[in-house]
Ligand binder design. Sequence first.
Ligand SMILES: [Cu+2]
Length: 602
Amino acid sequence: MTEVSRRGFLARSGSILAVGTAATALNSNNATAGTQTTNPQGPQKNYTLTAQWVEGKMDGTPVKLRAWNGIVPGPMMVANPGDTLNVEIVNDLTPYDSSQWKGDHNVPHDLNSTNLHVHGLEVTPHLFEPLGTADPHAPMISIPPEGGSKSYSFDIPIDQPPGLFWYHPHKHGSTAVQAVSGMAGGILIKGNIDEVPEIAAATDNIMVVQDIGLFLTDNPEKDGAGTYIYEPKQNAIWQTFDSNVTIDGEVQKDLNGGFTTGDYPIRYFLMNGTPFFKEVHNPKKQNAPIGTQLDVPTYTFAQGEVARFRMLNANSDDVMPIYLQGHDLHLIGMDGVNLPKLRTIPALSSPTPVESTEYQLLLAPANRTEFLIKANAKPGTYELRQSPQELQFLISEGRLLAKIVITEDVKDMALPAELPIQTRHFPLIPDEEVVKTRIIEFGMQFPGQANPTVGIDFFINNQLYEELSVANTVILDTAEDWVIKSPPHPTTNVNGHAMHHFDNTEGHPFHIHVNSFEIIATADVGPDGVATNEIRYTPDEILIQDTVWVPMGKQITIRQKYKQWTGKAVYHCHILPHEDTGMMQNLLILDSKLKPGHGQTK
Ligand SMILES: [Cu+2]
């Protein structure tokens, strides 16, 4: 094995520290109303992201992580609407030979090959080669380790909403391993929301939450004795139920690394790079890891002060319902798109059932939320907390995220009465523009038959991911409604037939690339996939997001318009181990004036 890179090594106070938050003040760009153009002559924002190994200690545990530029999270990239964001990806990870591994591309593989996804930015499709290709057979970009590189250039639309976005690898088969090893970071688009006087006057508190999954190394000569790393060995699937790693059904006594869907010997949850919660595998109750609360950051405000918070849930698979004791949360945006006006979520002092989403903010993996608080008139310490939830196979304990300290000082600040209208998404798409409705259904099968190597099948519409075929084709400048279903585990057969909806046992976060969507309705859905009790949201209730949590037993209807970009893109479950093992499909966005096929590349 090649000597690992130690560049950018950061270990202070027992933590791998984040130093990536860009403090550079940038002039924001006033978006031009009603346009979807780009400005190739606009300012160029240039970044280099190098994937590399980094060693250090996390909460006293020796760890070896994959990291962008050697820091976790990766550096914050900052740009304005109308800029061109140029990102040079360099892959300095070490080679990883999976050529002899069993299974197809829906089994984790090529763990150290990588690529780049700028999550939520409304830019050209960029997972397939070349960028923007509409060739259904275009291969996914894979940047090899040991010095591979690729230059990405993204023309950011002039009407790109300003907010918090993020980036992470998206190479099928290595996305989960790389993200849960540390390779994720924020993207901040500056703009008109930042110029609202009451928001400009508030402190801007950005919270990047991510999880790090770790196994004890089985190669102490290479990694150092006692070092924790995430480096699964094919076909080594971590068996949650018996705490072993097996290959082809054989328990591997000396093998510690295994691919997992969320249960690890050790998992740390980080806030801006510092661990605030630790989970260890629970041999007695395998779907309930044992948690330990660690120290959390403290934010201090005067009485009456207005503060802005933006939180990214970059966790590979943990849904976060959050609330702040004693304070209303004034939601101003989700997934980087601000609402036309504040939406107030009333204060909670203790967790409520997670179904009560009107009382808390639910952040699925990949969601970002932006909210304001007005500091309580009563000085004291208030907890920003994540409620416990059982929305997923792995139970997630409640945890403390941060402490908010209100001092005796008084600083009476106002909440904004108005927020800027983001013309890329408002006014909302009217019913009469919708030309088609599609059904996208998440399903699971255990034990796995389509993907026996992994042992569980993760389906969309009963299929595993196919890199070289296209499941859905849509047309530029048209609007569609998509009904995203997560039917519950069937309790009975229907008319004596095996259920075609398979054994879904949890909710899934739906994410689509290129265009954000409106969330227009929700309904209950039965094991047979049939919906009941539909609730359609009023225009005032509709949120614009790029990722939405679809609870088990529910369906969510989204409305989307393919606004500007053509090409081959994807939609998928954003529980990354589900995505990597098949819960993804390809989408072609075509220009109606051009014929589908190999020639349609912009
Ligand atoms: Cu999923």
